[in-house]
Design a protein around this ligand. Sequence first.
Ligand SMILES: Cc1ncc(COP(=O)(O)O)c(C=O)c1O
Length: 494
Amino acid sequence: MHPSPHDLSSLSSTRRQLLHPQHATAYADAAHLAIDHVTNALGRVRGPVTGLDPARAAAPVHEVDLDAPLGCTAQALSELDRVWLDDTVWFHEPGYAAHLNCPVLIPALVAEAVLSAVNPSLDTFDQNVGATFVERHLVDWVAARAGLGPRADGVFTSGGTQSNLQGLHLARDQVRSRRPGTDLARLRVLTSVDAHVSVERATRLLGLAPDAVRTVAVDERRRMRPDALARALAEVQAQGATTMAVVATAGTTDHGSIDPLGPVAGLARAHGAWLHVDAAYGGGLLVSRRHRHLLDGIELADSVTVDFHKTWFQPVSCSAVLVRERDHLRHVTFRADYLNPADGGGATRAPNQVDKSLQTTRRFDALKLWMTLRVMGADAIGEHVDAVVDLARSVHARLEADPRIEVAAAPELSTLLVRPVVPGLDAAQQDALVPRVRAALWSGGRSVVAATVVDGRRWLKLTLLNPLATPEDIEAVVADVVEAARTVVAEQAA
Ligand SMILES: Cc1ncc(COP(=O)(O)O)c(C=O)c1O
């Protein structure tokens, strides 16, 4: 049967949606529409959020019939406004002070546009050619910034969770290769009470015992205490178990605290334990001219996590795991005849990044950092890092003198923990206030903050990652906190 004229025209328009030189105009038109659309959406933003609750956010999504295409990019984009964009979260807004999300750099957005159009995969050389070397060059550059030495290597990953998993994977297999027959149930990972949850998640994925993670106490600024680490290491030894790794955090999720990397490295080494430094948050300090010293000791790590999608202002996802000894990456090397044969499939073995990665098909996220460095340079990123560190410190100093607010210890990075002071409330009532204040702020749409629990007490958390925000902007967020607390208390009393 021959296709009807209608079928033919829809077939040709369907084909036009594939990127091809003959469809270059369609591609350029669609790409411009998308950029105009985002530009217009930015122009309509009136706050970091509109305060939608999950039910109202779900409704317009569920109304869409995915079997009824609109056949038109402009219409699909305008539908997207209702479905998502009109009520999304905008991280460039100064009132956004919640999680570790950053506003993004424009050169990285240019890279996103290029890399997704070309669509290389970073697993094998023959799927990307020069991209392999772009990634390698960047890994070498970041590792040199960290001071990891001439045998350093690493690979880009999807985020801190994956980077931490890979670091601990290498640690586990390094122990097993040194001591074949090691009982996984007897391996321990020592880390501070404030380590990111991905550390524990990694130990489970790696087949370690449910109690493999032993937490180490922190000092008054929430940094791992070396004396407590020394005791924990001795205890593990006394129990006949093995410390597989010590995980130090350079920028804890809740406090932005940086564990004392030098002393922690000395203790780990003395006990023959792998040192993984989770610098997912603090990694941006590698390019800071004024605060780089906060990472002193990172050069002693066996593996390091750096999240470019946090303090390097890159779009999600963009992270790397670095190692001091490139040979250790062999623990994640698996061979397949169809992918990366040991004998090169009869030819010289290609420089395949899949040999170093937990992933197979993998995005060319490195291009974002590459374009950022080529357009702006490392110092410019570092200035943004310095700006958020300075911002947090100056707001902290002001809040210490503010009787309306209790503020936790001074930040090393850019996180502030605050609690509204409401006279007459006991600790439990104050704690109950925290989620209600947070919810009130969300509904108001002007300020967004996160929350956490420290030593059993609830706090509101402000993570400052917007270099364009001013102390006055953050004080406005705090004023919203104070006002929301007053309203909640008044409503309760009524
Ligand atoms: C210290 C730390 N490590 C690891 C992670 C996990 O990173 P990702 O969310 O990119 O997986 C986070 C996330 O906030 C973090 O704060």
